[in-house]
Design a binder for this molecule. Structure first.
Ligand code: B1M
Length: 222
């Protein structure tokens, strides 16, 4: 069992999606995360173990490498694709209750801002870590964040901004959410924001990268 879970983690870490995927070249012709996840389920390995000891382990490794600049955006995207393809086999078990998400994470790029590459990476890393993600997309108005919080009590909220002209939206969103739901934890990220800005607007956490966001919410869920 352990070796199969290690193989699944390896496929996710190196972005090996399935048998027909030619990437990475040294794994061409081999089974990928999709087939191995199916095999593990067929062998009776609990879905929770496949998720926590296989898929999530692979995503965590790629997140750490990305933070250390050992890999770049394309590799993270391949890992996320391997993870999400494998998750197609696991997702039905969420519905039956055999696997439980760690919690819900709401994310969006703030109003006026259309940049979504960084936001998507954060979203994928968090989903890959066993969270239910509600991705509101780009150009998200403060009221839409509030609505999502109401619909998903006890969720974390992640705000992304790439423009100095749109980062100011974060302050509005934080105060709107905190007014009605002071217990909601809000984390922010994106190139123009930093720790000082986080303190100024009353957000709970500044994550410079996706791994930082994952570690923060995982610590809260522990
Ligand atoms: Co725009 N753009 N752009 N752009 N763009 C920047 C951001 C800019 C720095 C370029 C420059 O001038 N040097 C500049 C902003 C300047 C400023 O505000 N100080 C800029 C500008 C000015 C603009 C326009 C205004 C240009 C124009 O039309 N005159 C316009 C605005 C449109 C709008 O949003 N309303 C515009 C448009 C665009 C495109 C549409 C062409 C395209 C976006 C495509 C898309 O996202 N689908 C684009 C792009 C691609 C860029 C650059 C080149 C790359 C951004 C990116 O995706 N980086 C960017 C310059 C640059 O960064 N070199 C630039 C890769 C991505 C992985 O990094 O998003 O930083 P990043 O995310 C990181 C971290 O920040 C963090 O994790 C990610 C992974 O490490 N992170 C979080 C992000 N969100 C997080 C949330 C978290 C935690 C971590 O928790 C919740």
């Amino acid at each position: 069992m352990e070796s199969l879970l290690n193989e699944i983690a390896h496929c996710v870490e190196f972005g090996k999606i399935d048998l027909k995927s030619p990437y990475p070249p040294d794994m061409k012709g081999k089974e990928g995360a999709a087939e191995l996840t199916k095999k593990a389920l067929d062998e009776g390995i609990p879905a929770k173990d496949i998720l926590e000891k296989g898929l999530i382990v692979g995503m965590a490794k790629i997140g750490i490498k990305f933070r250390a600049n050992e890999v770049f955006v394309p590799q993270v995207l391949m890992s996320a694709k391997a993870m999400s393809t494998a998750m197609e086999h696991i997702k039905p078990l969420f519905i039956t209750g055999a696997v439980k998400a760690k919690g819900t994470f709401i994310i969006g790029t703030v109003a006026g801002d259309l940049h979504d590459i960084g936001k998507n990476l954060v979203s994928m890393m968090i989903e890959g870590n066993g969270w239910n993600v509600v991705d509101l997309g780009v150009d998200v108005k403060p009221e839409k964040f509030l609505e999502a919080v109401k619909e998903n009590p006890n969720s974390y909220v992640g705000l992304s901004a790439l423009l100095t002209t749109t980062m100011v939206q974060m302050e509005k969103i934080v105060s709107l959410i905190k007014e009605d739901h002071p217990e909601t934890k809000i984390l922010i990220g994106g190139a123009p924001v930093n720790e000082n800005f986080k303190n100024k607007i009353g957000a709970d956490f500044y994550a410079p990268d996706p791994q930082g966001a994952v570690e923060y919410i995982n610590a809260g869920a522990a």
